[in-house]
Design a protein around this ligand. Structure first.
Ligand code: F6R
Ligand code: MG
Ligand code: MG
Length: 369
């Protein structure tokens, strides 16, 4: 006998106002209207970060539920209708298929889902980012679950002292591996330090690893360009983190974002820039289509209901991080088209390389000593 509940965070960019800046309020309203019609859910919350519409859903149907994924797909289609009527930019851009086919993963939208046994008190934080990619969570997840300089509990809470297990995915070769930290820490860093290819997919408590009780964090790892085989925008990621009582405290979960680390994305998905933590009102990437933003909404679950949200990064204690991010953004911008502000050639979402190479083919000659 348990109290299993599933949290599904499903997001898509189905049209921007203006360009790729924000989601028009009508799309948020339409998503709310559609979700209110169903009896499949325990609860829902609709929000947006930049040009991404985020559906936070709780239900009893488990992860990868066809019914829940279809519901989300239908909501995005309805929002696309609104986006088309308003001639918003890139209307329907993340819906890569004409019809839903069983599981929304691989069809464009980003998904983070976990089925949990709801504890007597269940604090969760939903992190949502725009103008970056899933690997942007690697460093903060490492800090939350493996770095004692961030998470005091790793040292002083007996329930956390054994550490956590990280599941890391190789997005190029479609493989997974588990690292048991702190034992495997140095090995893990070899991989997750290369976030364009290796991404943390989930984190588990060690005690009952693999069970619904043990899941601690879950991130979206979809990469649209690998799915579509062409430029389709960055895969602005989402993540669910459970907190407290043997897991990182809420303050330990948000602490990594007080440092605006450099991530890939920003303008044309082809630049490096700082990830700026913002409240809902400031999730409006504008300068050079950025800089990349991250938002965090905290909820208490109560029998599957979402009590909240608390807009975690709206707090004044994140102001220095925003100032630092703005200062770094200015510094990086001055490098214009030069690396490392502009991403290496093989990581850029847009590239003129092959066209320019073709045009220049006859002008290259061997270097003779
Ligand atoms: C980044 C992003 C924007 C666009 C840019 C150009 O993820 O979405 O920076 O890449 O505004 O957009 P297009 O090619 O649609 O004109
Ligand atoms: Mg967009
Ligand atoms: Mg976006």
């Amino acid at each position: 006998m348990g109290n299993k509940v599933t949290i599904s965070v499903i997001k898509a960019d189905v049209g921007g106002l203006v360009g790729h800046t924000i989601v028009h309020p009508r799309l948020i309203e339409r998503a709310q209207e559609e979700l209110a019609k169903t009896d499949l859910l325990e609860d829902f919350h609709v929000t947006a970060v930049g040009d991404d519409l985020n559906l936070i859903l709780t239900h009893r149907h488990g992860t990868d539920s066809t019914e829940i994924h279809k519901l989300a797909w239908n909501v995005f289609e309805a929002a696309t209708e609104e986006a088309k009527a308003l001639k918003l930019y890139g209307a329907g851009q993340d819906l890569l298929s004409d019809a839903f086919s069983g599981n929304i993963k691989g069809m464009g939208p980003g998904v983070a889902e976990m089925e949990i046994e709801e504890r007597s008190s269940e604090p969760i934080i939903i992190f949502m980012a725009d103008k970056t990619e899933p690997g942007a969570w690697n460093l903060p997840l490492y800090r939350m679950f493996a770095d004692p300089f961030n998470t005091a509990g790793l040292v002083i809470d007996p329930n956390m002292h054994d550490g956590f297990v990280f599941e890391v995915h190789d997005l190029k070769e479609d493989k997974r591996v588990h690292f048991s930290c702190p034992k495997d820490l140095y090995d893990m860093l070899v991989f997750i330090g290369a976030p364009s290819r290796f991404v943390v997919h989930s984190v588990y408590r060690k005690d009952e690893a693999g069970s619904a009780a043990s899941i601690a964090a879950q991130a979206s790892t979809q990469r649209l360009s690998l799915i579509a085989g062409r430029y389709v925008g960055k895969d602005d990621p989402v993540m669910i983190v459970r907190c407290q009582s043997g897991l990182p405290a809420v303050g330990e979960a948000v602490e990594p974002f007080s440092y605006p680390h450099l991530v890939a994305g920003w303008m044309r998905g082809s630049h490096t820039g700082p990830l700026m933590p913002v409240g809902v009102a400031d999730a409006t990437p504008t300068r050079f289509d950025g800089p990349p933003r991250v938002m965090a909404l905290g909820f208490q679950l109560a029998e599957g209901k979402l009590v909240g949200p608390q807009d975690m990064f709206a707090d004044v204690s994140f102001e220095p991080a925003r100032e630092e991010a703005n200062r770094i953004a200015g510094y990086m911008r001055r490098m214009g088209p030069f690396e490392p502000h502009r991403l290496p050639l093989d990581e850029m979402e847009y590239t003129t390389l092959s066209t320019v190479m073709d045009r220049m083919r006859d002008r290259w000659s061997p270097i003779e000593d």
